[in-house]
Design a protein around this ligand. Sequence first.
Ligand code: SF4
Length: 332
Amino acid sequence: MSQLIDPFGCRISYLRVSVTDRCNYRCQYCMAENMTFLPKSDLLTLEELERICSAFIVRGVNKIRLTGGEPLVRRNVMTLFHSLGKYIESGHLKELTLTTNGSQLAKYAHELIDCGVKRINVSLDSLNDKKFESITRWGKLDDVLNGLSVAKDAGLEIKINAVALKNFNENEVNDMISWCGKEGFDLTFIETMPMGEIDGDRMDQYLPLSILANRIREKWTLEESSYQTGGPASYSLIKETGKRIGFITPLTHNFCESCNRVRLTCTGILYMCLGQNDKKDLLTPIRRSKDNDLLMEAIDEAIGRKPKGHDFIIDRIGAAPAVARHMSVTGG
Ligand code: SF4
């Protein structure tokens, strides 16, 4: 079947799938403490998730990332990893990966390896246990450190994703770089994104990465790196540690020109761009018909509408989120 090419000539090869909006943490920049989650009946079943992923694989997607919420808290999620792992074995999928908060890694790291997962992204914003508890509200740093250690020993390559937050972790940056270097982890800093209502004001948290990068350059030697993922991150190599450092600046750059990815929510909605509200329902076509003709039609129509740029902007105090849905629904 034909490949998925967007109106700007980009081939869509990467699908990110949020398998649940739920999480065992309540990170302050991500969720309100008192979150109302989707009723379970609104979620795609694991079989439906697999069916949609398979359709994208048939159309040339060769990388799938499972996200959440926290993907590893969805009941029986490993059956989905096992089904998708078969495409790794057959060579149709080059990469199967996940973004996780790390809390469940001690339990699942070895099984993830069995499913063909090689690399994972772990969200971790502070190495200070009190700060970690305060930003995640419900998290325990030791669970994550333990999970990371099991994952590393199991052979998973790890990238740490840290959200840069003003007056929170900006002074920990050098410690995080040293620690990642020692552990053999890459590290990416991410600007806060204006997605979904939270309890506080995002301008209080917003720390432009240009400022952070300048501070990092005072202590570390950043060498240019040609490493590209087709996503919004720009990467450098830290000479002193030999590990990569990435910066994701969704608020200060329109990063979409070379975007190769689309996102599927746990409710079957396809978002062609993380930062826009345009979407396509894939749930109805799969529930309406047992074969995939309607699904393929819907996917083609959606990719034909993939936009050129996104609408994120935090330009005034108290600005409403540019995108109303929570990151935990679409996946990061
Ligand atoms: S940022 Fe990640 S770990 Fe934190 S509440 Fe959101 S989904 Fe959970």
